[in-house]
Write a protein of this length. Sequence first.
Length: 177
Amino acid sequence: MTELTMLSGNTTMDAEFSVTEALIEESVSAGLTKEDREKVIAQLPDVTFIMKNGTEYPHKGRITSLTGVVNAITGSLSCKASFPNPDGHLYSGIQGTVVLPYAESGVIVIPLDAVVRLQDKSLVYMVKADSTATAIDVTTEDVGNGKDCIIRTGLNEGDKIVTIGANNVTEGQKVLF
């Protein structure tokens, strides 16, 4: 949950929030320096503030800083985004969620309902040419919307999969379209 803190005369509000440590790992892998980080922050897209009741605040914000300290318990990095507050609708202490848009091309995205979790495995039932289902091990990555995931390994573009009722499918079962 994000909390807003008031800045100078109600014209802007700062939202303090956390991002995953993976963001730092990507930066280190890319060899980013402190100066590069400033450039990256400047190039980040506008962020959206979603209030606790699900209402989207009408003004977009900008990420203004990333702290240099990772929370060892959560593995997250503190960030700050500033939102314009021309009408004074935001108050210090209000809570909500900051949404940072993220786009990735060339990936396969499927509904989470298509993924069957079995102990430490993630499976997807692929439909073969004879209309039977076969379990395929996949590597998934959460996209953060609670509905979809990215498939990193196991499927190829054009593969047909079971997306509804995947938990009720068995190996070799005929699948009707």
